[in-house]
Design a binder for this molecule. Structure first.
Ligand code: COA
Length: 329
């Protein structure tokens, strides 16, 4: 008798990038930087910015595309999880705004805040709901308008981040095994290395930390880089161990797109062919939680993902948070 496979599978993906491009050449006119510095240190050549748009405006088309790709209607969704560090309001949440705009009348909705690890954490939550039978169809939407958080006179951050949204539909399958392992970790001790206050400095009572003068994003790049160099291999090794697999059984690594040097480190450490580690960093930049689902959607559109292949999604960033998911596609 054969092994019966059951699990959480991705049935649809969608993404949305705003039209306006911000190239390295344009940044050269805004701050003391150069295309050469940015490309050498990060691999990024351009990013998109959501001019006159809010998080809901990038989230909605990505969500709708994922539902269409899955062949699902809004009424089929049981749960919406939205991930964002740039919500339009604390309440209502982005997920509830999406529930309304999509017309997902049977869904309950909440936001999950894990910065660049958002999609990976949300996948773990979706898998848990599907696994225990409390949901059959979960929509995850990761949407970021990071340009709202960026001081475009601060060269240490303005060349890194971009805007966009990615979404995925997860469903329970009685015939496919889908998610094979998840591995989540946090490092709150070093959280201030990537810091965006909830309120601006004008309200002293609301300031959660000292020495912060605005609502802008601050990053201690070196500390975050050192964290990432530890976190990414720990996440990959951890999820492989959990699934009882080794790296040779994995077809794709889909990491959060923060820096080309981090992706190169993964390639070298695991002796992988470069094309197994997907990257769209060059034209999208770092879109925080949206980066992994945008990659997935690009990969599906390019016909790269084949049924039965395996992939590891890796998230790492603000919190500090990190984690990985191992999935059979
Ligand atoms: N253009 C030109 N020079 C710049 C610059 C820019 N955009 N940004 C910083 N510099 C300068 C610095 O001021 C510094 O100058 P100094 O030596 O005179 O002080 C020099 O370049 C080196 O800066 P440093 O911060 O040490 O560079 P780096 O090699 O660490 O690269 C990052 C910076 C941000 C690219 C890198 O630290 C990084 O990728 N960090 C991790 C990001 C990440 O993983 N994020 C995940 C979560 S979102």
């Amino acid at each position: 008798m054969g092994v019966i496979a059951i699990g959480s599978i991705i049935t649809g993906t969608g993404s949305f990038l705003p039209e306006t491009r911000l190239t390295n050449q344009m940044l050269e006119q805004m701050v003391d930087t150069s295309d050469e510095w940015i490309v050498q240190r990060t691999g990024i050549r351009e990013r998109r910015v959501a001019v006159d748009m809010q998080a809901i405006d990038v989230a909605l088309p990505a969500a709708q595309r994922a539902l269409d790709d899955a062949g699902r209607k809004a009424e089929d969704i049981d749960l919406i999880i939205a991930c964002t560090v740039t919500p339009d309001s604390f309440t209502p949440t982005l997920s509830c705004a999406l529930q309304d705009k999509l017309g997902a009348k049977h869904a309950f909705a909440f936001d999950l805040s894990a910065a660049c690890s958002g999609f990976v954490y949300a996948t773990d939550v979706a898998d848990s709901y599907l696994r225990c039978g409390k949901a059959k169809c979960v929509l995850i939407v990761c949407a970021e308008v990071l340009s709202h958080l960026i001081d475009y006179t601060d060269r240490t951050v303005c060349c890194l981040f971009g805007d966009g949204a990615g979404a995925a539909v997860y469903e329970w399958s009685d015939t496919e095994d889908g998610i094979l392992g998840t591995y989540m970790r946090s490092d709150g001790k070093n959280g201030n290395a990537l810091f965006a206050p909830a309120f601006a400095a004008e309200n002293p009572l609301a300031m959660p930390r000292e020495n912060k003068t605005s609502h802008y994003l601050h990053m201690d790049g070196k500390t975050v880089f050192r964290f990432t160099a530890r976190a990414v291999p720990d996440a990959i090794d951890g999820v492989l161990q959990q699934a009882g697999m080794d790296i040779s059984q994995v077809d794709w690594i889909v990491p959060h797109q923060a820096n080309m040097r981090i992706l190169d480190m993964v390639i070298r450490r695991y002796g992988l062919p470069a094309e197994k580690v997907f990257s769209n960093l060059e034209h999208v930049g770092n879109t925080s939680s949206a980066s992994v689902p945008i990659c997935l959607d690009e990969m599906r559109q390019q016909g790269l993902l084949k049924n039965g292949q395996t992939a590891i999604f890796v998230g790492f960033g603000g919190g500090l948070t990190y984690g990985a998911v191992l999935i059979r596609l």
